[in-house]
Design a binder for this molecule. Sequence first.
Ligand SMILES: [Zn+2]
Ligand SMILES: [Zn+2]
Length: 62
Amino acid sequence: MEHFICTGGCGGVSGTPGVCQAESCPLHGLDLKPCGCTDGEHADVKAAAELEERRKEEEDSD
Ligand SMILES: [Zn+2]
Ligand SMILES: [Zn+2]
């Protein structure tokens, strides 16, 4: 079943679309990412978020 997760490290998971509720999370207030995993690992979404992060860092360092 589809769920929505935060990739900011807070471990937030929701059954409905929304934003991160953890005030200490770097992604607090930002949209949760849809995920369709069945093992609770959210591997695909986490990998995509990591790639995006790396791409941003590369852009910033230039
Ligand atoms: Zn979060
Ligand atoms: Zn998942």
